[in-house]
Design a protein around this ligand. Structure first.
Ligand code: NAI
Ligand code: MG
Length: 351
């Protein structure tokens, strides 16, 4: 079997952590036997914009849509292109046009990482974020000026999007530890959040074994810090999910290790796997970027294309490498990207 993967290293450390991840994916394909990854690299990003005046060619989306999945590094270089142009011209464009309606982010404690939590007991949960509508809408406007100036911003919640998001979370919980916590704020937001809660109750009936609870976003944010080990799957709207996942990345100890998947549900277009971090211009070119966020994204891609054994091989090799003290400076270590990757490689081959 050949898996046809589009690769966009992007900018900054994306160009460092993506190639090493492809190498390890090839190692995993060899370990498995009978599968090959065919990587097609697209040099799109801020350098490309400098040369061509756009982040990707006109037919860029058509090219991408022909691949099975997309593996992306990070995009953005303020010195070359303003961030809103690089973000909307590539990343957000792909998420929208490939209908990647679910954003998935694991939050898990890794031994050997210094979490800012006083007692980072073994937390391990998944945040399912609605990725297509909600609070991030372009409907609204501004009026008047001076002391009477007003801004109106509308949020959009469609039954279709809320239902598929909650359904995804419940199905995921069925495969995990049978618990879904839904982020709400129905005491203060009187239309969209009661609607969200109603759909949770309806959809939940199809998942009788899954324990469902709703928690107000403010309290839920606090619980992520005070008792993160009590969660299994958390589901939230676009804005709530955005906030919760940043708290998640923070309690994991470094943004350099957090991964994400943008999922196209019907398989009509590719899904996209990318780390949470950006292009880290402050450390780009120094050889010290943490490769774990990118590798964990590769692990999510392996899970998605249904190689759970390879995914856990990779995860264990990564986690054991960090636990053994071989880690980059962002985790308090002294090792380079290459040394961390070499150790992971060695551990993969030892299996
Ligand atoms: P950033 O995530 O690039 O960096 C924030 C801090 O975390 C920096 O100190 C950086 O050195 C550190 N860091 C990030 N990833 C790391 C890794 N793998 N290993 C070690 N340290 C790491 O966020 P920032 O500085 O706000 O943005 C830089 C550029 O990246 C901007 O142009 C921004 O628009 C873009 N960006 C792109 C994203 C994406 O492609 N998904 C996400 C976030 C930012
Ligand atoms: Mg965010």
């Amino acid at each position: 079997v050949t898996h046809d993967i589009a690769v966009i290293p992007g900018d900054g450390i994306g160009k460092e952590v993506v190639p090493v991840s492809l190498d390890l994916l090839n190692v995993l394909a060899d370990i498995h036997g009978g599968i090959t990854f065919q990587f097609t690299e697209y040099p799109w990003g801020c350098d490309y914009h400098l040369a061509h005046g756009q982040m990707m060619p006109k037919n860029g989306m058509e090219q991408l849509k022909q691949h099975e999945q997309i593996f992306l590094g990070a995009v953005g270089d303020q010195n070359l292109v303003p961030d809103h142009i690089s973000l909307w011209g590539l990343l957000i464009k792909i998420r929208r046009e490939c209908e990647q309606v679910i954003n998935l982010r694991p939050v898990k404690y890794l031994e050997g990482v210094s979490s800012p939590l006083a007692n980072p007991n073994d937390f391990d949960f998944m945040v399912v974020r609605e990725n297509s509508e909600g609070e991030y809408s372009e409907i609204g406007g501004t009026m008047h000026s001076g002391p009477d100036e007003v801004a109106v911003q509308n949020a959009i919640f469609t039954r279709k999007a809320v239902e598929r998001t909650i359904r995804y979370a419940c199905a995921l919980a069925e495969e995990r530890n049978q618990k879904v916590t839904s982020a709400t704020k129905s005491n203060g937001i009187v239309y969209s959040m009661p609607f969200w809660d109603k759909i949770l109750a309806e959809v939940g009936e199809d998942y009788p074994k899954v324990e469902k609870q709703s928690q107000h976003i403010d309290a839920l944010s606090a619980f992520l810090v005070t008792k993160p080990s009590s969660f299994d799957v958390i589901v939230g709207s676009n804005l709530f999910g955005d906030i919760l996942t940043d708290i998640g990345a923070a309690i994991m100890g470094s943004i350099g290790i957090a991964p994400a998947a943008n999922i196209n549900l019907d398989g009509k277009y590719p899904s996209m796997f990318e780390p949470v971090h950006g292009s880290a211009p402050d450390i780009a070119g120094k050889g010290i970027a943490n490769p774990i966020g990118q590798l964990w994204s590769a692990k999510m891609m392996l899970d998605h294309i249904d190689y759970p054994e390879l995914a856990s091989l990779l995860f264990d090799a990564m986690a054991n490498t960090i636990a053994s003290g071989i880690k980059t400076p962002d985790l308090g270590g002294k090792h380079s990207t290459e040394e961390v990757v070499d150790e992971i490689h060695k551990r993969l081959l030892a299996n």
